[in-house]
Design a protein. Sequence first.
Length: 353
Amino acid sequence: MSTQPWWQAACLAPDEAMSNAARARQAQLTKPAGSLGQLESLAIQLAGLQRRERPWVARPRLYLFAADHGVAAEGVSLFPQAVTVQMLHNFVAGGAAVSVLARAQGMPIELIDLGTVQEDLQLPGVRHLRLGAGTANFCEGPAMRVEQCQAALQAGRDAVQRAAEAGCDLFLAGEMGIANTTSATALLCALGGWPVAELTGRGTGLDAQGMSHKQAVIERALALHRPAMGEPFEVLRRLGGLEIAAMAGAYLACAQQGIAALVDGFICTAAAYCAVQLNPACRPWLLFAHASAERGHAVPVQALQAQPLLDLGLRLGEGSGAALALPLVRLACELHAGMTTFSEANVAEGDHP
């Protein structure tokens, strides 16, 4: 019997024949070659992922994963840990930014509470998994027990299964968790070997002194765990968050189920980078929504050879950047399918080199 964990199982491969067919169609549409820039390459990529020459996005869904972080005890955020639960109330009430963006586009949101410090939390419309009272303080020990991290990865996989059963054709993830930029930064530094100072950002709006303290906290954590860190799962469980692990699991499951995923900003990109470390074959299934204003975002984006669709100076999280990029993804598909070819429009083609 194989002891291979599910996240290392084979991912589906994009259909190169459909990508080539979409590329050929793009070359015949009534426009100069390449004039729609990234929208052209996006349509071609989606054609390969959806295994059809003319891809579309009709049933996107957003899954918002929330959890608390023990490292908040180190004073790395301007906001208290209670804000995680307060924002869950706000999501339920439809008052958060991503709630507005999803509502305006008719996109369903599922709220998943993986574990907050408020033990008796019960909110209508929230899936409460209660994997723990958030993570432990990773400056004192591993953030998660092995079984906790496995359960968080599985929670992401289960979300993708529900999405697939609902006919989802584009998976969006969002997150909420006070101090999760600290966790994401530590995770990326450990997995990618980048200097802490290069990736540490202001998060909720830290000043220079707060930034210096945040860096020192991450350095302490890395020094504590470095002797025990080996393969990516161990790094994730020692430095990650429950919601970060869940999103990593979701991105991996998307690649195994054959659903394209639209990745949000810094926290989601940390989860995506972790997913690629756990199983590199998932990379083609990840689309990147926007270039976050959070300082460290550009580094993993470049390492993943990604091209974000938007650059609006966003650093909110919640999946808000992915929700904002959704219309561009849909319009790329509409342009690809709806434009006429030169022959159909009786338009003379330009000379090709």
